[in-house]
Design a protein around this ligand. Structure first.
Ligand code: ATP
Ligand code: MG
Length: 421
């Protein structure tokens, strides 16, 4: 029979890779707890309307990349292409905004986008994201950016940069869009087809286009920062002052406009030197209009999402610190039927006392059991035979240097903990 293969653009994460994912996820959870962010989980699929309204129905994500389907009742649903819309829906549904503010949330999720698979770009991928509701203080923007930077530093990366921009509020933007349209109309014929289409509907998306020709054409285009209203300008300046005070380096980059419609004021991306075309590890910004747009009271908000596959690619490219894969503390080898039985009892008991241990289940000879222990990288081994059972005593052998420690069979856990100190 022909084997069924995984869907293009999806990836299995095999057991041998798992410690890297634990490393990223543990780092995320530790940092978020230190920063006072709480975890939220929400469904992989939602009504399509949520994303159309939340992400914006003229965006690439919604127009081209979303996996949509109808259920048996004819309801239109979609796999989540990102996390923000689902979080806002959940926060409103459970009235979380009536509690203590700011509300600081994070999530670790899979996302789905029907994109052309290539390095760093997949159809199922993982995101770490944060969303903060209730504060319009630029110091909140700085905290969110500092969390993203802290994560990237905590996993050991050095070669990254923070790109910062402000895309203002709808008022600044409508003045800007007119100026941008005027600029682009003069160059319309040279734009790619998608951008010709974007020009009238959503001209800022052209700045975001990945085609090198369009990138070249938009050089010299009007810059949104020159169109900011008083309030947006002050907000942006105050954020920069705070980041400088915190010692967080950034560059101003007026090409950063973000692919989703809901952003206002602050937008930022963290880019790596290692990822080539897919250089953005993390992107985010303020979205002060979204909560209202999804049926809540006007509520300022800010967040970001980092792609974990891209983060991992950077960790590997920089050969940044990765913890060693988990290894058993003890391997219990046996010789004879009685010891075989006793080994099961002993490891069950030791596991109960917090020791990670393993034994053989393949009927291996003693010699083969020791080879197996080596393969598992066990820290200690112990051989049980009739003699050891009779005396109630055995030897713990430290595999690194071959040193042996005598141990009573009813004190193995204490002894292991003592040697480890
Ligand atoms: P890009 O410009 O690379 O398409 P984006 O602006 O579409 O990114 P966001 O929606 O901001 O990306 O998502 C946040 C992060 O999620 C990105 O910075 C990236 O690290 C990651 N990401 C986005 N799309 C994919 C994908 N298809 N495969 C893997 N990671 C992705
Ligand atoms: Mg994209």
């Amino acid at each position: 029979m022909e084997k069924i293969r995984a869907i293009k653009g999806t990836h299995d994460i095999l057991p041998e890779e798992m410690f890297k994912w634990y490393h990223m996820e543990d780092t995320v959870r530790q940092l978020c707890s230190r920063f006072g962010f709480e975890e939220i989980r929400f469904p992989v699929f939602e009504y399509t309307d949520l994303f159309a309204r939340g992400v914006g129905d003229t965006t690439d994500v919604v127009q081209k990349e979303m996996y949509t389907f109808e259920d048996k009742g004819g309801r239109r649903m979609a796999l989540r292409p990102e996390g923000t819309a689902g979080v806002v829906r959940s926060v409103l549904e459970h009235s979380l905004l009536t509690g203590v503010l700011p509300l600081k949330l994070f999530y670790l999720i899979t996302c789905y986008r029907n994109e052309n698979p290539q390095a760093g770009r997949y159809r199922e991928f993982h995101q770490f994201g944060t969303e903060v509701f209730g504060s319009s203080d630029p110091k909140m923007d700085a905290e969110v950016i500092s969390l993203a930077v802290s994560l990237i530093r905590a996993v050991g990366l050095k070669h990254f940069s923070v790109h910062l921009n402000s895309i203002g509020c709808p008022t600044c933007r409508s003045r800007y869009n007119e100026a941008l349209k005027e600029f682009l109309r003069e160059r319309k014929d040279a734009l790619c087809h998608t951008c010709q289409d974007r020009l009238e509907r959503n001209p800022m998306r052209v700045l975001d286009c990945k085609s090198p020709e369009c990138q070249k054409l938009v050089e010299g285009a009007p810059v949104l920062r020159d169109f900011l209203c008083e309030e947006c300008r002050e907000h942006f300046e105050s954020l920069q002052e705070t980041l400088r005070a915190m010692g967080i380096d950034f560059v101003l980059n007026d090409k950063i406009v973000r692919g989703l419609d809901y952003y206002t004021k602050t937008v930022f991306e963290i880019k790596s030197e290692h990822l080539g075309a897919q250089s953005t590890i993390c992107g985010g910004g303020r979205y002060d209009g979204l909560v209202e747009q999804l049926g809540g009271k006007p509520t300022p908000a800010i967040g970001f999402a980092a792609g974990l596959e891209r983060l991992l690619m950077c960790i590997e490219a920089e050969q940044a610190f990765l913890p060693q894969p988990q290894r058993p503390q003890l391997f219990v080898a046996y010789l004879g039927e009685e010891a075989n039985q006793f080994a099961s009892k002993l490891i069950y008991q030791l596991r109960g006392e917090g020791i990670s241990c393993q034994r053989d289940y393949m009927g291996r000879s003693l010699k083969a059991q020791m080879k197996y222990a080596d393969k598992l990288s066990a820290e200690f081994t112990m051989v049980l035979g009739d003699d050891e059972l009779e005396r109630g005593q055995a030897a713990l052998r430290r595999m690194a240097d071959g040193q042996e420690f005598p141990v009573r069979l009813d004190e193995v856990a204490q002894q292991l903990k003592q040697i480890a100190q």
